[in-house]
Write a protein that binds this ligand. Structure first.
Ligand code: UD1
Ligand code: UDP
Length: 374
């Protein structure tokens, strides 16, 4: 049994790490393929250090580029590796271009594809991630879905329920495993040295940060916040557009806003768990917020993680300044509303997702289901 794991961006490294740990624990042979979509030290290598991952066996160095160019280059190079290495199954995670390229390349070589975090749907086809996850789910063979709701999405699309495994999300495994380690080693709170409540902000979605109006409106809301410190580790995509639209300097000069480079995972977990609020357009942060019992405001008009909203831990505020301020002030001023959000039940499982994923792969292997036939 040989598993090929494809990763390319920050969230894939973090969410695949528990799966890799489980593979190593069971002594299964595996190769690690990094597409190189994220390449800055703080967007990639830092997580290999924090999560004690082996160096990738292959780094195909795709770098930044248009969707077509990035996906095509990844497909071509992943295909070369798969032809040479002949794995029994390829694992992809989430909804990035690496998932699309990896799932397409492997399925056309008749290699089984396991999609970790399958079945999420926003049904918003203006988002590249929605296209990636829908296409990956057409070509995959084993679906590791975080919740029953995501299983139903796939069943409604006509997929075979026998190929769908409700495992929880590996982000919970990663959170549980690493928070304790992080609390012992991290000095992030003294490093940032802010007094009082913290709101941690991240923002990188193309539809938000590449749109000057939306970006400006969210930043205007930030500038009007009172009685809270905003800690904003800025994604490289966002640094670029904040500078391009002339907003960066204004934020830098705001005394209650601390902008930093992207933060390593261990430090970031400590920062999140000590935050009073999380405000984000990230997928992973919506999940981590409810896992760490921190109320979340999501800077989007829809989410493929609706479980967080129905559970009561997440509010969609879009990019509307008024909605952001109104919701923050309301929750901050009402302790029982705040507590209700913090106490929302985590829909993403008990931290054993990677164990369940490996059990399902081994079962499929022993019953011949990894052989792709007509
Ligand atoms: C990608 C994923 C997105 C995911 C996010 C996680 C796709 C379509 N998008 O978005 O789903 O949520 O990663 O963070 O796959 N850049 C750097 N250094 C880096 C990486 C990027 O400077 O190490 C800059 C480049 O200017 C690049 C821009 O960020 O053009 C965007 O990077 P890209 O990988 O295309 O998309 P993300 O916004 O990171
Ligand atoms: N993250 C981090 N440092 C940061 C920002 C995010 O370690 O400065 C982690 C975060 O804990 C989460 C993941 O990166 O696990 C989310 O990545 P991102 O928001 O880039 O992508 P998405 O989840 O939206 O695809």
């Amino acid at each position: 049994m040989k598993i090929a794991i494809i990763i390319g961006t920050r969230p894939e490294i973090i969410k695949m790490a528990p799966v890799i740990d489980e593979i190593e624990k069971r002594g299964i042979e595996y190769i690690l393929i990094h597409t190189g979509q994220h390449y800055d030290h703080e967007m990639s290598h830092q997580f290999f250090i924090d999560l004690e991952l082996k160096k990738p066996d292959f780094n195909i160095g795709v770098g930044s580029g248009s969707h077509g160019k990035q996906t095509a280059t990844m497909m071509e190079k992943i295909e070369d590796v798969l032809v040479a290495e002949k794995p029994d199954i390829v694992l992809v995670q989430g909804d990035t271009n690496a998932v699309l390229a990896g799932a397409l390349a492997a399925s056309k070589l008749h290699i089984a594809v396991g999609h970790v975090e399958a079945g999420l749907r926003s049904y918003d086809k203006t988002m590249p991630e929605e296209i990636n996850r829908q296409v990956a789910d057409v070509t995959s063979n084993l679906y590791f879905v975080p919740t029953e709701e995501s299983a139903l999405n796939l069943i409604f699309e006509g997929l075979d329920p026998h190929e769908i495994f409700v495992t929880g999300n590996t982000v919970v495994d990663a959170c549980i495993r690493n928070l304790k380690i992080a609390q012992k080693s991290s000095t992030v709170l003294s490093d940032i040295d802010v007094q009082g409540d913290i709101l941690t902000l991240t923002m990188h979605r193309a539809e938000n940060v590449d749109d000057p109006k939306r970006l400006q409106e969210v930043m205007d809301a930030l500038l009007e916040l009172e009685n809270i410190n905003v800690v904003f580790p800025v994604h490289p995509r966002t640094v670029k557009t904040l500078k391009k639209f002339g907003i960066y300097e204004k934020l830098e000069n705001a005394p209650h806003v601390l902008m930093t480079k992207p933060i390593g995972y261990l430090d970031f977990l400590v920062l999140l768990s000590n935050s009073r609020f999380i405000m984000t357009d990230s997928g992973g942060l919506q999940e981590e917020a409810i896992t760490l019992n921190v109320p979340c405001l999501t800077l989007r008009y829809n989410t493929e993680r609706p479980e967080t909203v129905t559970a009561g831990g997440n509010i969609l505020v879009g990019s509307s300044k008024d909605k952001i301020l109104e919701n923050l002030r309301r929750i901050a001023g009402d302790e029982s509303a705040y507590q209700e959000m913090s106490d929302a039940a985590n829909p993403y499982g008990d931290g054993k997702a990677s164990e369940k994923i490996l059990n399902a792969i081994l079962d499929a292997s022993s019953s011949g289901k990894l052989q792709i036939t007509a």
